[in-house]
Write a protein that binds this ligand. Sequence first.
Ligand code: HEM
Length: 232
Amino acid sequence: MNHPPRPADGARVRVWDLPTRAFHWLLTGALVAQVITGKIGGGAMTWHFRIGYFVFALLLFRLAWGLVGGHWSRFAHFVPGPGALLRYLRGRSRREDHHDVGHSPLGALSVLAMLLLLAAQVGAGLVADDEIASVGPLNRFVSGATAAWATAWHTGPGIALLMALVLLHVGAIVYYRVFRQRSLVLPMITGDKTLPGAGAPAARDSGATRLLALLLLAASAALVAWVVRLGA
Ligand code: HEM
């Protein structure tokens, strides 16, 4: 079995590989653009649709990257089991839990919730119909009642819950900065954390893994194009 390289104690450790960082900041930009284009409506909806397909491709990419990506980006390595979650909540994390390296257990749960809500938002958008000018490409495959429900979700609770989670997400990051004197943002930019005591495996982030990520993104985009054309 292949083991990722282990850094020396106190070393800088690659935690977020470039594809994960690119995913994060592209997703952040895309969501801001979606809120703006959705609010403007009218002609801006052409861009709302295009960026929505891009978010769809990003989500498919992240799903695949969660299986084959860098150590700390893999679902198997960041989704906490009940035991690790309880230890974390009781403040009794073990050194080998590495809760200070990738996502903390609560952070991991909020990441999963964001990804699920985003998927629901994309799914609802694909079948939505605002009964004015904008109709999702897969609308013809669902009943009028389902389309009405999806449209209400997409424009109501779906976006409200997503925004609430994003606010919580940014709030948690500010909390870590102010009350724990830890910047989580810098590692999401540079990829690295300096860890005391270490023993934590570094994420692979080589030319080969980045090429793999590009291929996965291209495959995700092709899948989205195919899904969108189904409704044509
Ligand atoms: C629309 C806005 C945003 C969304 C949807 C979002 C979503 C996410 C997601 C899905 C992850 C997990 C990354 C992964 O494992 O693939 C994440 C992590 C992270 N995000 Fe955001 N994010 C948003 C805005 C921001 C902003 C504005 C900041 C900076 C102020 C930020 C800082 C971070 C950091 C530091 C992490 C890593 C957290 C950790 O160390 O566990 N995010 N975000």
